[in-house]
Design a protein around this ligand. Sequence first.
Ligand code: ZN
Ligand code: ZN
Length: 436
Amino acid sequence: MRDNYLFHGVKGMRDVFPEESWKIRQLEEKARALFACYGFGEIRTPLVEHTILFERGVGQGTDIVNKEMFYVPAKEQDGEDDKRNRQMVLRPEATASVVRAYVEHEIAKVSPGCQRYYYIGSMFRYERPQRGRYRQFAQIGIEVLGATQPSMDAEVILLLHDLLAQYGLTSLTFQLNAVGCLICRPPYIRKLQEFARTLQTKLCPDCQIRIEKNPLRLFDCKQPECRKLISQAPVLPDFLCSDCRSHQKAVFQVLEKNNIRFEVEPRLMRGLDYYTRTVFEVISKDLGAQNAVAAGGRYDNLVADLDGPQTPAIGWSLGVERLMELLLDTVWEPTGLDALVVAPGPEFETTFVHVTDMRRQGLRIGMEHEARSVKALLKRADRLHARFALFVSAADPEKLEVKNMQSGEQVALTWDQLKTHISTFSQQKCIGAAKQ
Ligand SMILES: [Zn+2]
Ligand SMILES: [Zn+2]
């Protein structure tokens, strides 16, 4: 056995081969197209950020910051002494990075008004690797900065709904809650603490710590006993101030007018500190305990907390790996080869010229450089999802036998006839094909 690290990927990381990556690309392309329809532009932030950004942006008491940070041991060469500032991590999520970029580049001043960003990329969390959970995973998400209106909450939820519908996912459940603001949340938290202290010894050790450090996270405990006890706790929606209450009402109204079905889940708190007012999750009853496919919410104080101007904001993110688990094979648009060619003898040279010509016209043509039997070629054409298999005549390389892989029908054609023949069957041309 090889014991050299060279021959092992890093634990919790995975490789993606073409058999899977073409599906991920389709997800991304559908998302990009829809984001453009909603007026969103792509933001690309670095994979590496200073640790302190997430300590302040995500929150000290969260699992992400306490247990799951993926540290990058790096030394900057600028002689800076502050060890803390030198500490860096691979980003565990994108919201704090987007806000950091917004503040750092003074977007509020440079380009006043509401900003709509989307991102697609890898995030990193140092979790214990489990089936279907990786330390590097992909997210598709959006952030809107500078909009306070409840109709914006509804719009981003609508966008998420429409995106999932494009993926063929129409039976997911949207759960919404209101988590209040700086005015109505503190008195509620005191009420929740009072309630939880009466249960103290009955709760799990984690929850006992949460009572004083992070009471809202009592709702996140997975222990059945804790869940049962906490289900009796007072809930935030009963304590909303009048502004938060009318905000929530307006969000629901717009969603209903646009025919979006949702459930109100008063115990939905989300794991992060920064949420205010609207929070939401999209869950699938098929995914088990860790069942949120997408989640998000409003974060009206985060920009100011990260030393930016007071800027209301809202966003969501979607886990690509978890999404893939839910998708049926029928959603994928076939992107296999238009044709696979075999020309094992002296006809290869002429064939190569024709293949190049067809590729330049945007057709997807696979070509075998080695001699193959008819049987082996057909097997391979099938595996590569080729629409046609082409056998070039050894006697006259201008002539070929063309087999339709689906119908089994076989015709004799010239290369010129072939182009028209394939085009009538070909639905999609290669992206980036040279313009004629
Ligand atoms: Zn409030
Ligand atoms: Zn617990």
